[in-house]
Design a protein around this ligand. Sequence first.
Ligand SMILES: Cc1ncc(COP(=O)(O)O)c(C=O)c1O
Length: 394
Amino acid sequence: MDFEAIRSADAQYVAQTYTRFPVALVRGQGARCWDAQGKEFVDLTSGIGVNALGFADLDWANAVYSQLTTLQHTSNLFYTQPATELAQVLCERAGLRRAFFANSGAEANEGAIKAARKYGHARRGSDCHRIVTLRQSFHGRTITTLTATGQPRFHTQFNPFTPGFAYAPPDDLAATLALLDADTCAVMVELVQGEGGVRPLDIAYAQGLAVACAQRDILLIVDEVQTGVGRTGALFAFQRYGITPDIVTCAKGLGAGLPIGAVLFGQKTQDVLAAGEHAATFGGNPACCAGALAVLARMDAAFLNQVEAKGGLIRQRLQGMPHVSGIDGMGLMLGVTLDGIAPADAVRAGIAQGVLTLTAGDRLRLLPPLIISPQDIDEAMTRLHTALKEVTPA
Ligand SMILES: Cc1ncc(COP(=O)(O)O)c(C=O)c1O
């Protein structure tokens, strides 16, 4: 199928829930990919933070293939080694106790919310179900995770939404603490707000919040769906913040291209969900878990230090580019403030020049594959510079 054939079949047969750019990607290798017309791009998107090891990584693909041709799936009525081993590696490296496997970030957050509510009910009765999240947050597209998302634009059209959420202003500890009453079972935060514009929380705020939650026996849930699995230069962002959450969720980079989500439970929460209280048919799929183990095997200290160093390289190159007035983020999760031009116009100009980028709120967002080479960074930055030069303020 050529590009026009793909586009017109999509228009006819696919639910039109995405505003797509006029590009059909057909193959990739590392941090480069090609469209249906053979045009090459340097990818600074990783499929929105998923392709941590880039396109077509052989360690990952071989691990998945070997598992697919051995035992591709069975139900959770039986044990499998890949899921058990993945749970052990995740728990040991996160310093947490148990894992539940889901299929996506939203689904992992649903699991975390269920566990938090059950914990609250057991501690302070059934009214203890309130969860405080942050303004500008993003936690997913199910009805409950949309409600958890602290952006009013997501709270329309699909009523009734799940009751029991309140929204605090990020980095305002006093205002956040004022919302923590006896009916609050948990606080849920992204340490770097991704969809909200790549905004890292202040360390003192995050640490203060962790202490206050512990004092009140309120659970701290950290949504690491976007920040987790190496993205910020640590395996999990909470490790950079020096806090220990009660529940951590992750997805995206863990799958490296296949759907998997995980809820990691700490000491207080490890036994909250009991047999029959939570499940997922595909959860813990052996092929997805085998791939995730290959991802984690690559993420040693040297790999994670490289993530930080490459983020620094990109920041250096961004400084002084046309329209760039600020750079925020952590590791290889970067948000760029652009003066006078719309981020989507910058993305379009990047596509014309052969570099793929993202938007997040009012910013341009860069989520390169974590394996991107300095040469590919150099090429991407040269192309982005040319692209930004060509965008004129509206
Ligand atoms: C922080 C965060 N939480 C949850 C989600 C939802 O993940 P998924 O699309 O896999 O359901 C996202 C997706 O962008 C996210 O960034």
